[in-house]
Design a protein around this ligand. Structure first.
Ligand SMILES: C[S@@+](CC[C@H](N)C(=O)[O-])C[C@H]1O[C@@H](n2cnc3c(N)ncnc32)[C@H](O)[C@@H]1O
Length: 356
């Protein structure tokens, strides 16, 4: 029987689309003069006017990378027009982050839900391990009754995501969990002696040397105990045991850098109820227009940095905009490297850090 409903999938040849635009929606302001200098430093924070891809090789090793780049919404010149081009847009950046990262690096990846979904496979393929997805809920103030749901034909979106990744830790290409068990085996000691080494009933074998889902990263103090015991009582011809450099057994201090720092403030969950940036916090033109559509809340950037780094650590902000992450790093006593391609955004961001 003939179905009168229009088919959703056409088998006819699709019409040829013109190349998608990458010109951002209208900017509130474009300064006529270029910034006096392409580089600005305050404390241990450096802002640069330029392409972060070219600058990464000159930046110090990152403890934290905060990515707030393309969203597939033409949010700035160079953004894509939908999520389909996002993986390609991020490809070279993600590769560079992977090359610069250590076992202690955290990546925070801001995006829309679909934008993140489009880039996640790339992040995984480049060795980033998913930890958690945080939802920034801007609340209904974000749409302020302006949305016609009959036109958009979906529920209005008032969220963004900020997804936490760490590196899949390994020693010379061997996953940490496997390496720990291998090293203990090499010593010729019985498994149960690992418990004696750590001064616990059975936790060392059950957690640190487990090869299944019960495996648990040995805390630095426990790791130092395991390493000391192994090197004192293990077969002499196999020493050193538990050495990352092949010379010296690992200490608590060194082991600490084998995973990313994380400390959750009391009461914080993965839903961040926070109104959009407005009023005093919004960087505005003299006529009162928002300079950058994508300016992020300073307190959320501070939350990311405070939870995943320690004073003196280095933060990367490859897509600076108005440099909110760099400002947060400055306020929290971290080092930072940040870049912005657009001279107007760079200049407004520079002024913000100079005065902030
Ligand atoms: C989403 S906005 C960042 C907003 C920023 N988080 C803030 O709070 O102001 C992304 C910015 O990255 C810049 N950008 C895009 N590609 C870049 C690149 N390769 N190097 C430096 N900046 C880039 C864009 O010009 C844009 O201003």
């Amino acid at each position: 029987m003939h179905d009168p409903r229009p088919r959703s999938v056409s088998h006819q040849k699709p019409p040829r689309n013109p190349a998608p635009s990458t010109v951002g929606r209208s900017k509130a302001v474009t300064l006529k003069e270029r910034p006096a200098a392409p580089r600005f430093e305050r404390g241990q924070v450096t802002l640069e006017l330029g392409d972060s891809l070219q600058l990464y090789p000159t930046w110090g090793v990152p403890s934290v990378i905060i990515s707030d780049g393309a969203y597939g919404i033409l949010g700035f010149d160079g953004d894509t027009s939908d999520h389909l081009g996002l993986a390609r847009w991020y490809q070279s950046h993600v590769r560079a982050w992977s090359q610069a990262a250590t076992a202690a690096t955290t990546l925070w990846f801001w995006n829309s839900e679909i934008g993140w979904a489009a880039v996640h496979p790339l992040l995984e393929a480049e060795g980033w391990r998913y930890v958690g997805c945080n939802v920034w809920n801007k609340g209904s103030a974000h749409i302020a009754g302006n949305v016609s749901t009959q036109t958009i034909r979906r529920f209005p979106v008032v969220t963004e995501v900020c997804v936490q990744y760490v590196r899949a830790a390994e020693v010379d290409g061997t996953p940490l969990k496997v390496w720990l068990r291998q090293e203990w085996k090499r010593t010729g000691l019985k498994l149960s002696q690992a418990n004696i080494a750590c001064g616990v009933k059975d936790a060392a074998v059950r957690k640190y040397l487990d090869q299944g889902h019960l495996w648990y990263f040995p805390p630095p103090v426990a790791m130092e105990k395991l390493s000391r015991y192994a090197n004192r009582h293990g077969r002499p011809d196999g020493r050193p045991y538990f050495s990352l450099d092949g010379q010296t057994p690992v200490t608590a201090q060194v082991w600490k850098r084998m995973r990313a720092h994380f400390r959750c403030p009391h009461g914080v969950t993965n839903v961040w109820d926070r109104a959009p940036v407005r009023d005093e916090e919004r960087v505005k033109t003299p006529s009162g227009r928002a300079v950058h559509l994508n300016q992020k809340p300073l307190d959320l950037m501070e939350r990311l940095i405070a939870s995943s780094s320690e004073p003196g650590d280095t933060i990367w902000e490859p897509f600076g905009g108005l440099f909110t992450a760099a400002l947060a790093a400055l306020r929290l006593g971290r080092r930072a490297h940040a870049a912005e391609l657009d001279p107007t955004y760079f200049e407004y961001g520079r002024r913000r850090l100079a005065g902030g």
